[in-house]
Design a binder for this molecule. Sequence first.
Ligand SMILES: [Fe+2]
Length: 175
Amino acid sequence: MKSSRSEPLKKLPLALEYNARSQSVAILNQILVDTMTLRDLYKKHHWQMSGATFYQLHLLLDKHYEEQAALVDMIAERIMALGGISIAMAPDVAEATNIPRPPKGREDVPSQLARLLEAHEIILRQAHEGGDAADEAGDDGTNDLLVSNVIRTNEPQVWFIAEHLAETELVRSDK
Ligand SMILES: [Fe+2]
């Protein structure tokens, strides 16, 4: 994980071991910065979408943006509830994220969608691993957030995006 070790956790009567909380804060901060990056990637592509499927994808990407934004708040507030400090600002997010930085300019539609799917898979892999680690440490709340919210939000978004990558003249990049 790229997230740096943070300051000591606030004391809270949560019936959770310090080490369990500390591990969960590190896992959640990594997934937080990656979710913030995916959220912003959705807005980038919502704006920079083009082609015959423009309107449909413009709307779909904004819907996914809103769902990722809701996740960001849930993850950040879980970190605070565990006595940690959530990463918040863009420079810190950029420094810590595992999601590759996209170009500033507009990419073709298949590249935009492939980039979203790559980001989803990075987050899903970390959510599965982090969920298992939280479960083993006895942090049921973090496990539940990662499974019920992070995984269950990302999986159907992958489905909706991946279905657009079916071979069709409308989204071919090789003009
Ligand atoms: Fe918009």
